[in-house]
Design a protein around this ligand. Structure first.
Ligand code: TYD
Length: 225
């Protein structure tokens, strides 16, 4: 019988470098004889990509928070059934780019109760939670500097007194949210090790990529046993 694979998720604030670290780990695992499969969330399947389009393309101010949370969960219900579970059943290592941990940060920052996110997550993915979630921690200022969306010009929106971060490029619906929101997101990611049902490791992602990867590798090697 083939040993069941492992599900490792990279998560963190926008611009945390998770894409870079995921690619490096993917390459390292390949060189060390392990088969990997990527799982992009939201998205990663045809159905998930359509849900992603709805989530990121529209003005989220119009989307009810419960609708938003359910759409993220719907996308990953499909991802788990179509991609993650079959890969784990054939002994592969699944490398997730975001997962329920993101909803525990972004939607909870927007006011959704964390326990409800976890409960919805249980419904969406059953027992297929990650074996390990690696949160790459960066302050929002560093993250947005990296993504090229730095708040170079501050403007007021809709009389709410909220500071809009951007007035250039075309940020997606999430990125259009104000800086205070992204500070809360970071804080909620930092709380995950004691709030998430499966293990979470926080790694300082503000350092050069080589130093971050050394920590990623050490954490993964420990998890893979
Ligand atoms: P994505 O395009 O995957 O961003 P990145 O390239 O940074 O991974 O995700 C877009 C945005 O969606 C991102 O700002 C985080 C947000 N998001 C949530 O708000 N909730 C979630 O559950 C997920 C998965 C993402």
């Amino acid at each position: 019988m083939i040993a069941r694979g492992k599900f490792i998720v990279f998560d963190g604030p926008d611009g945390s470098g998770k894409g870079t670290q995921l690619a490096r780990l993917e390459q390292w695992l390949g060189e060390n004889g392990r088969s990997t499969v990527r799982a992009k969330d939201p998205g990663g399947t045809e159905i998930g990509d359509r849900i992603r389009h709805v989530l990121l393309g529209h003005d989220l101010a119009q989307m009810a928070p419960r609708c938003e949370a359910l759409l993220f969960m719907a996308s990953r219900a499909q991802l788990v059934r179509e991609i993650v579970e079959p890969a784990l059943n054939t002994g592969k290592i699944v490398l997730g780019d975001r997962f329920i941990s993101s909803t525990c940060a972004y939607q909870v920052a927007a006011g959704f109760p964390r326990e409800q996110v976890i409960a919805l997550g249980n419904f969406a993915v059953g027992s297929t939670w990650p074996h390990l979630t690696i949160v790459l921690d960066v302050p929002p200022e560093v993250g947005f500097e990296r993504t090229g969306r730095k708040p170079h010009h501050v403007s007021r929106r809709g009389g709410t007194g909220q500071l809009s971060m951007f007035d250039d490029a075309e940020p997606d619906a999430m990125e259009r949210r104000p800086l205070d929101f992204h500070r809360r997101v970071r804080q909620l990611f930092l709380e995950l090790p004691s709030a998430y049902p499966t293990p979470v490791a926080v790694i300082d992602g503000a350092r050069p990529a080589d130093a971050v990867f050394a920590d990623v590798l050490q954490t993964v090697q420990r998890a893979l046993g």
